[in-house]
Ligand binder design. Structure first.
Ligand code: S3P
Length: 441
């Protein structure tokens, strides 16, 4: 695949039905949980992106076999004691924050050293968020500045913990839950709600998880060390991947899209609620439930006269991966949009707050940025006619895909570098855009 593309014209109006690939969070969780199940687990429609392939390679390094065919992924789990690997085995998490954080949990009782490493972007990210709780379980962790590479060794006698997770990070919560699963006794987490796929999978596997909802927090308690049987799972489409097409449709005149079979779990649909508050034309159709997850078809129509938003902070973790797109849409809203408590965006594959402010400036939109807040002065008549070159974004897949959407929606001449970044989460992104009529060279 070419690593630099040119986009020289807006996309023409379209009316299409599409499918996006399987959900990344669920694909990685399936692999990790199936690696600990007793027997052969099968996932259908698993995402075949680089992050997910890294998860498969990681469990293979730990002695678990898998088979990946066209639309099926089979994992041969051997229960909690099934990992088998040599001392100082290297696990490469690539670009994946989710894999690299969650795998600490599974290795709570690992017998030999594991050396966990990642790509350049992952090696800049902070791991204290998982190192701290995992040390409380008794895991031995050696790292320089809480960054990768990290050497991990489990403990024979993991201890259950009480932990407050106040960032709203699903990766931290899930890491703790996976460790709790292999730890006798009751682990308790007080947390700001975040995506809850791990909890839903635990319920699906009949694992003894209890969730109490309070006004601001959730209290999750889990009694560990119950082996579970292999399971099958159909992975629905990813709302985060769908969001690029939601944005493109809203911003393109006289267009309509139906995105079929998407996971619309409430903990992930912040973008839909935010856009509806902005008066975007979005409808969830044919809502059904599968293994505790809500699935729907998402219908979107072009929407002008978008209102600005003063974004309620409870939306933050529900739309954490979609803020770049939300900011882009706010660029054409009729007024000033405001976002608070969004410092977590600085800890993603790249500093997304900094990226957004530079990106919007490039396309002529005024913004005000602070450590943890962002204001966007929308311009409903925005039209682009200059040359825009996008590079140096730490190969952040979402920053890269955002640039395609801006180019196709607003015009101008665009040169986008490092386009192989899209393979992290959405390998057929460019071919789907072409199906809608986009001209990309
Ligand atoms: C994820 C959690 C989020 C999200 C990431 C996927 C997950 O990260 O940004 O893309 O699958 O648990 P945080 O836990 O850091 O918010």
């Amino acid at each position: 695949m070419k690593n630099k593309v040119y986009i020289n014209e807006k996309i023409k109006n379209f009316n299409k039905k599409i499918f996006v690939p399987g959900d990344k969070s669920l694909s990685i969780r399936f692999i990790l949980l199936a690696s600990q199940a007793l027997g052969k687990s099968t996932a259908y429609n698993i995402l075949k992106s680089e992050d997910v392939i890294c998860a498969l390679k990681s469990i293979k390094k730990l002695g678990i076999k898998y088979k990946l065919s066209k639309n099926r992924c089979v994992i041969y789990g051997k229960g909690f004691k099934g990992f088998n690997y040599k001392n100082n085995t290297i696990i490469d998490a690539g670009n994946s924050g989710t894999l690299s954080r969650l795998i600490f949990g599974l290795l709570v009782d690992s017998k030999n050293n594991i050396i966990l490493k990642g790509d350049k972007s992952l090696s800049k990210r902070d791991f204290s968020r998982v190192i701290n709780p995992m040390r409380m379980f008794g895991q031995n962790i050696k790292s320089k500045n809480n960054k990768l590479p990290i050497v991990l060794k489990g403990t024979k006698y993991p201890r259950p913990i009480n932990y407050s997770e106040l960032r709203g990070s699903a990766q931290v919560k899930s890491c703790i839950l996976l460790a709790a699963m292999k730890t006798p006794g009751e682990t308790k987490i007080k947390c700001i709600p975040s995506r809850n796929h791990t909890e839903k999978l635990f319920l699906h596997l009949n694992l003894p998880i209890k969730i109490k909802k309070e006004r601001k927090y959730e209290i999750i308690s889990f009694n560990g060390k119950k082996n579970y049987k292999a399971f099958d799972y159909k992975i629905p489409g990813d709302i985060s991947s769908s969001s690029f097409f939601i944005a493109l449709t809203l911003l393109t005149k006289k267009s309509k899209i139906l995105i079929k079979n998407v996971n619309v779990n409430k903990s992930r649909t912040g973008i839909i609620d935010i856009l509806k508050l902005m008066k975007a034309k979005i409808k969830l159709k044919n809502i059904r439930i599968y293994n505790g997850e809500n699935i729907a078809d998402i219908e979107v129509k072009s929407s002008d006269k978008l209102k600005p938003i003063n974004c309620p902070t409870q939306m933050n973790s529900r739309s954490i991966d979609e803020f770049l797109l939300i900011f882009l849409i706010c660029s054409v809203a009729n007024g000033v949009s405001k976002f608070r408590n969004i410092e977590e965006l600085r800890n993603k594959e790249t500093d997304r707050l900094d990226f957004a402010s530079k990106f919007l400036k490039k396309i002529g939109i005024k913004t005000k940025i602070s450590k943890d807040s962002f204001k966007i002065y929308g311009n409903p008549t925005l039209k682009l006619n200059k040359i825009y070159e996008i590079k140096n974004f730490d190969k952040d897949h979402r920053a890269c895909m955002l640039s395609f959407i801006a180019a196709l929606a607003f015009g101008g001449k665009w040169i986008i570098h490092d386009t192989d970044s899209v393979n992290t989460s959405f390998p057929n992104f460019i071919s789907l855009l072409k199906q809608l009529g986009a001209k990309i060279n």
